[in-house]
Design a binder for this molecule. Structure first.
Ligand code: FBP
Length: 552
């Protein structure tokens, strides 16, 4: 492997553990808290998880280790989208496992949950693991999006564990993967397999958080990476004074990434999908809101600016969701073939016009033609529109241009509008983890092994007090069932971990709301700069503004 100077230096970085995990394994004991109950639908969740429901919250503390020594063979899986720090979860798990007993073994199942089903694995050793310390990416074993959710899959997983003598599985994933970890834990307990299952909270989207989990790992590094580049673009915009930049940022559903980037960079506009949904905003209203900022700045001689668009926003626009549902219906089954056989866009357009309700056609008709065509070309294997592929940054800039043209014709606007477009997503998911994510992830992995060692199953590795220095972090575990409620998924009621959307009465949004009118008109940009790995703690170890505001 060719090593960059930073990579060599990061190998030497020692991630910081919470103070209570620094004593050496023999001096860490468990403090049990109260019994837990799920956040909603207690009776239903309890009935579905008879073996793992209602267990106690636990924290670790300094004291005599009381867990009887037993050889541990553990398997680890990386699940879903990459997030900076995943390698350190594996390294922390490995180090705790080996510090407890050199004979302990760590299996890494390759390419996500499918590795467990296919019995495709490697066994970690020092030489292999040392190449991945404090590095970004999930390439240590690869990741994948196969869902572990059926009884048949669980039976295969149990067989594979039995074959290798595996007594615990650690699943590093987001809300869906950890929901499945809870179901797998219940299966393993119900079938008395002796296999424990522990989850670790991952996703750059930041939507796996709740009163127990303060942050998912990767959010810190990804938002720092995007904010660095957004800040650079702001400075470019303020230097050249001729472009409006429309920047889409990842976050499949929730707008935490967009909001954190806005708090870090103070752009002129940042859409928040959750607000769009709460106010039932139309595409036209959103375009007007952005056009107001463009026009107000133009009136002051500033024909430039920056707008941040969260990836999932169009799905939160009620009229757009209705349109998508109608298009999916319109092209269901054989109707798609009839549509595809039409030779020209004009004929397809007529087909669409005849098939949509008047309301949805009105929405369709205001979209730029490139977006209209995207809605019919980019389809998933089930034939549904792939909303995440819609170039919403281009959609809104085109709609804003139409609004400005109308204002120009009416004599209420006389500026210049030259938009440029960007999408920041994959750029941030495999960055070298910030010190925060390096420390947090290592701690999550180390702590996951402590939970295994003490015999817990169906727990999420929990590190709390994250807005404080690592020394003061609190390590422990929370039953995953505590975070669950029942939700309708694919026509069925399912037990799931509640996804955390941006709370409109939460402190991060309130802070943004209090400042955005000023940011919309003035040039209040802030330039966060690149992630710093070496230097003063107040520069290198700080975490997100979201977390600081939530905990502050
Ligand atoms: P996870 O929820 O699995 O962490 O993934 C989140 C995410 O990075 C989203 O921000 C993005 O919409 C999606 O993954 C992209 O998925 P893919 O890597 O499959 O293109």
């Amino acid at each position: 492997m060719n090593l960059s100077p930073l990579q060599k230096a990061r190998y030497a970085y020692s991630p910081k553990l919470p103070g209570m995990l620094r004593h050496g394994i023999a001096e860490i004991c468990v403090k049990e808290g109260a019994d837990t109950a799920s956040v909603a639908d207690q009776d239903k969740i309890k009935a579905l998880f008879p073996n793992t429901y209602g267990k106690k919250e636990i924290t670790f503390q300094k004291g005599q280790n009381t867990s009887p020594a037993k050889k541990q063979v553990v398997g680890v899986i990386l699940s879903g989208g990459q997030a900076p720090g995943g390698h350190n979860v594996v390294c922390g798990l490995y180090d705790a496992l080996k510090a407890t007993d050199k004979e302990n073994v760590l299996y890494g199942f390759k390419n996500g949950p499918s590795g467990l089903l296919d019995d495709d694995y490697l066994i970690f050793d020092d030489e292999y693991i040392d190449q991945y310390r404090n590095t970004g990416g999930f390439d240590i074993i690869g990741s994948g999006r196969t869902k572990l959710e059926t009884e048949e899959q669980f039976a295969v997983a149990a067989e594979v564990c039995k074959k290798h003598g595996i007594t615990a599985i650690v699943i590093i994933g987001g809300d869906d993967s950890n929901t499945n970890a809870a179901v797998l834990a219940e299966y393993m307990a119900a079938h008395k397999t002796g296999v424990q299952v522990i989850g670790c909270p991952k996703t750059i989207d930041g939507d796996l958080k709740n009163e127990d989990i303060e942050a998912s790992f990767g959010f810190d590094t990804a938002t720092k990476t995007y904010a660095e580049v957004i800040g650079n673009i702001e400075r470019d915009a303020n230097s050249a004074k001729k472009y409006w930049h429309f920047i889409k940022v990842m976050g499949r559903s929730a707008s935490h990434v967009a909001l954190e980037c806005a708090l870090k960079t103070q752009p002129n506009i940042c859409l928040i999908s959750e607000e769009v949904a709460a106010k039932k905003m139309s595409l036209s209203q959103i375009a007007d809101q952005i056009a107001d900022s463009v026009a107000a700045r133009a009136a002051k001689g500033m024909n430039f600016g920056v707008a941040i668009i969260p990836e999932g926003v169009v799905e939160f626009v009620p009229e757009f969701s209705a349109l998508i549902a109608e298009i999916n219906e319109l092209l269901a089954g054989a109707k798609a073939d009839a549509f595809n056989a039409l030779p020209s866009w004009a004929e397809k357009y007529d087909f669409i016009k005849g098939g949509l309700t008047a309301e949805s056609f009105a929405v369709f008709d205001i979209l730029p033609q490139a977006i209209q065509q995207q809605l019919f070309l980019e389809r998933d294997p089930h034939g549904n529109v792939q909303v995440s592929l819609i170039e919403s940054e281009k959609l809104f800039s085109a709609m804003v241009k139409d609004k400005l043209d109308a204002r120009k014709a009416a004599g209420t606007y006389n500026g210049k509008f030259s938009p440029l477009h960007h999408f920041f997503g994959y750029e941030g998911r495999c960055a070298f983890p910030s010190n925060f994510d390096a420390d947090y992830c290592y701690s999550l992995g180390y702590n996951a092994f402590m939970l295994i060692q003490y015999g817990y199953t169906g727990y999420l590795s929990k590190i709390a007090n994250l807005s404080k220095p690592a020394e003061e972090w609190v390590a422990g575990g929370m039953p995953i069932t505590k975070m669950m409620n029942m939700e309708r998924r694919h026509g069925e009621d399912k037990p799931v971990i509640r996804k955390a959307l941006v709370e409109l009465d939460g402190k991060p949004f309130k802070y943004f709301e209090a400042h955005r009118d000023e940011w919309a008109v003035e040039t209040a940009f802030t330039y966060p700069g690149a992630i710093q790995y070496y230097g003063p703690a107040e520069v290198c170890d700080i975490t997100t503004i979201t977390l600081a505001l939530e905990k502050g």
